[in-house]
Design a protein around this ligand. Structure first.
Ligand code: TRP
Length: 442
């Protein structure tokens, strides 16, 4: 057997994994979820979930990848026939997420075009409600992702090393500008001072889903990356660094957004439009802001594209390995299917706005389905299968390969066997009750 590709350097691996994790989930979704779910308490619960759910699951996936040396579906298959379902579920979720991810990617493209041509942002509300243009940009985003995915991701890895740090620097600059706006302290208070406003069971479910989403878990991507990992790397340490970077990016995005939201008297709980409505105001508030805006949205596009390609690759590699399609055929078919599936999500901000599923708009329903149901269920099945029906000791041995020490192995085992599955179960059920009560109007 040919030697499997390996990451050239430990830091390259960490940056690549962080590149897949850091995307719209951090810059766009995290702030808007926090805004909708009461700020401070959402942040605290999110941080706790990163520790007791996100990290244990990430460590499990990564060590499973390195242990089996396989891509996700085959990795799970080799653990047990029944476990194949977990891999397939991940592929399905990647497919669903990408469909609306690309719609947001399209919005970013439009912003770049708009700033480049008119030096101004578009009117977000009326733009996303229009029936044709957002779909055209959604198409462009998907086409871009398909093209780059076809060419292979090598150059992206190189570009990530340069552009991701740049993105960090830009967010810090925006955050500094944002907290120095008059009235900004209210935004910081919203983030860091406890208040029970607009917090509910549903908020806890949202935080749980966001942990999976933001760390790119339960989708096989971490298994794949782990399979390329050198035995000399310490898996727990690398996972901790990636989770730290990812969480740092999300919290920084919050610090960039909320002070500005309050300074400009905007609505923190406005949902998906939050970042697109708020940041332009920050950019308008200083000289040369529109140049800055173009650069920022280009970096954001880059973060979105790198994650988009990873999502696409998850589905594409499955159809190549299991359905024996050629790469070209796979990318064309998957790309087209994702594009078509994204159309109703895009239209749900306008002409299809009246259609609701369980009280959610189509766009929100897709997010709810993937983040609040499918990802947690995938994580739950994985923990239970590995923890109880397989030998987690094999993964501990994998992490302790080459004389490495995994000090928290007892805690990890306890998490994936008991704490993590129990938490996922309870939170998901409570979330359902919450949704049910909203629908029934109790
Ligand atoms: N974590 C990415 C983000 O925050 C989104 C994402 C979820 C993802 N699952 C993934 C990206 C799998 C790549 C692969 O935006």
């Amino acid at each position: 057997m040919a030697k499997r590709n390996q990451w050239a350097t430990g830091i390259g691996f960490i940056l690549a994994t962080a590149g897949s994790a850091i995307g719209l989930g951090n810059l766009w979704k995290f702030p808007y979820l926090m805004g909708k779910n009461g700020g401070f308490w959402f942040l605290i619960i999110y941080l706790v979930f990163i520790l007791v759910l996100g990290l244990p699951v990430m460590v499990t996936e990564m060590s499973l990848g390195r242990y089996t040396q396989k891509s996700p579906v085959s990795a799970y298959r080799s653990v047990g026939k029944k476990a194949t379902v977990i891999g397939v579920l991940g592929v399905l979720v990647a497919f669903l997420i990408l469909s609306y991810y690309s719609v947001i990617g399209g919005w970013i493209l439009k912003y770049i075009e708009s700033y480049a041509v008119t030096f101004q942002a578009v009117d977000f509300g009326s733009y996303i409600a229009s029936p044709v243009e957002p779909i055209v940009w959604h198409f462009v985003f998907m086409a871009l992702a398909c093209l780059l995915c076809y060419k292979g991701a090598k150059s992206i890895e190189k570009a990530s090393k340069f552009l991701m740090p740049l993105l960090f620097i830009f967010i810090v600059i925006i955050a500094v500008r944002s907290v120095t706006l008059p009235g900004a302290w209210q935004g910081l208070e919203f983030m860091f001072a406890p208040s029970a406003d607009s917090f509910s069971f549903g908020s806890i479910t949202a935080a749980l889903g966001q942990v999976f989403y933001s760390l790119s878990l339960a989708m096989g991507i971490t298994v794949t990356y782990g399979s390329y990992l050198n035995k000399k790397n310490s898996i727990p340490k690398d996972c901790a660094v990636v989770a730290g970077l990812d969480t740092g990016a999300a919290v920084l995005a919050g610090i960039a957004i909320f002070p500005a939201v309050f300074a400009f008297g905007l609505e923190p709980a406005q949902g998906p439009s939050l970042i697109f409505g708020t940041l332009p105001k920050v950019f308008e508030s200083f000289a040369g802001g529109s140049i800055f805006a173009i650069i920022f949205f280009i970096l954001m596009l880059f973060a979105a594209v790198t994650s988009g390609i990873a999502l696409l690759e998850t589905v594409v590699s499955y159809t190549i390995d299991d359905l024996h399609w050629s790469r070209r055929k796979s990318i064309l078919i998957v790309g087209l299917a994702v594009f078509l599936l994204g159309i109703p999500s895009s239209l749900s901000f306008g002409v299809l706005g009246d259609i609701t599923i369980l009280n959610y708009s189509i766009f929100d329903f897709m997010g709810m389905l993937t983040d609040n149901i499918l990802l947690p269920v995938g994580g739950l099945l994985m923990c239970i299968y590995i923890g109880w029906f397989w030998q987690p000791g094999k993964l501990i041995a994998e992490m302790e390969a080459e004389g490495m020490k995994f000090r928290l192995k007892k805690a990890w085992l306890w998490c994936i066997r008991t704490v993590t599955p129990a938490l996922i179960l309870v939170v998901t059920i409570l979330g359902f009750i919450d949704v049910y009560q909203k629908i029934a109007g109790v």
